[in-house]
Design a protein around this ligand. Structure first.
Ligand SMILES: *Cc1c(COP(=O)(O)O)cnc(C)c1O
Length: 222
C-alpha cells in the first residue's frame, strides 16, 4: 500500500469544497504519519481509547474526528481536543458533549447522524426525531455544542441507484433542517457522506466531507 500516493490520487479527484477525513481506525501510527507526510491533516477514529492514544503520540496539528457514536461515559476523554463528532443521534448525547465541552471551555462541533440505509443495523435519526431535538428548549440552552451538519451511511450494495437515492435523501434532510433551524448562520454547513466504495456518488450528490479508510490504508484486520 502506498499510502501517500493513495491520498494524493484521492485529493486529485475531489472538488476543493469536499474535505477528506482519512479513517485510520485500527491502523498504526506509522501509517498515519505516511498520510501526514503528504499533507493530510484530518483523521477519523471510532474508538475513544485509540483516539486519545493517537492524539497523544502524533503531531499536534492533526484534526481528530470521532466518526462513530461515542459512549456517553467516554466523551470526557476526547472533549479537550476532538475537532468533530460525526455520529450524534440523541439529545442525551448532545447534552453530555455540551457539559464536557463547557468543562474544557470550548465548543464542540457535532453532526447529527441519520438512518438512510435499508439495513436496520445502521443507526441514526429520522427527520421528525431531529425536529424534536432541534426545536426543543433543552437543545437551545446548549451553548457548547455546535450542530454543524449531518452524517449518514448508505446501504452496502452494488445498486448505485439505491446508494444515490440514499445520499440524496440525506442532502434533502440537510437542506430542510438548514431552512428550518439554521437559516441565519453559516455554521450548519457539512454533509458527511461517502466511504471507500461509494464516495464518487456521494460527491456527485453534494457531500462536503468524505470518510475514507480502506482505499487509503488497505483492508483492516480486526
Ligand atoms: C470505517 C468507517 C469509514 C471508512 O470505511 P472504508 O470503507 O474503509 O472507507 C467511514 N465511516 C465510518 C462511520 C466508519 O466507521
Amino acid at each position: 500500500m502506498d499510502i501517500g500516493k493513495n491520498i494524493l490520487e484521492l485529493k486529485k479527484q475531489l472538488p476543493e469544497t469536499v474535505s477528506l477525513v482519512a479513517v485510520s481506525k485500527t491502523k498504526p501510527n506509522e501509517d498515519i504519519l505516511a498520510a501526514y507526510e503528504v499533507g493530510q491533516r484530518i483523521f477519523g477514529e471510532n474508538k475513544v481509547q485509540d483516539l486519545t492514544r493517537k492524539y497523544e503520540e502524533l503531531p499536534k496539528d492533526i484534526e481528530w474526528h470521532f466518526i462513530g457514536h461515542p459512549q456517553t461515559n467516554k466523551v470526557k476523554y476526547i472533549a479537550s481536543f476532538v475537532g468533530l463528532i460525526h455520529g450524534v443521534d440523541s439529545l442525551k448525547l448532545l447534552k453530555i458533549i455540551d457539559k464536557e465541552a463547557e468543562k474544557n471551555q470550548r465548543k464542540i462541533r457535532c453532526l447529527l447522524q441519520f438512518h438512510i440505509a435499508r439495513e436496520s443495523t445502521k443507526f441514526g435519526l429520522d427527520e421528525p426525531e431531529a425536529d424534536g431535538i432541534l426545536s426543543s428548549d433543552e437543545f437551545k440552552d446548549l451553548k457548547h455544542v455546535q450542530v454543524a451538519g449531518v452524517m449518514g451511511m448508505a446501504t452496502y450494495t452494488d445498486d448505485h441507484d439505491q446508494i444515490r437515492n440514499e445520499f440524496r435523501t440525506l442532502r434533502n434532510i440537510f437542506t430542510s433542517l438548514k431552512n428550518k433551524y439554521f437559516s441565519d448562520t453559516n455554521t450548519f454547513c457539512e454533509i458527511s457522506m461517502g466511504m471507500s466504495d461509494d464516495y464518487p456518488i456521494a460527491v456527485e450528490e453534494g457531500s462536503t466531507m468524505i470518510r475514507v479508510g480502506s482505499k487509503i490504508f488497505g483492508e483492516r484486520n480486526y
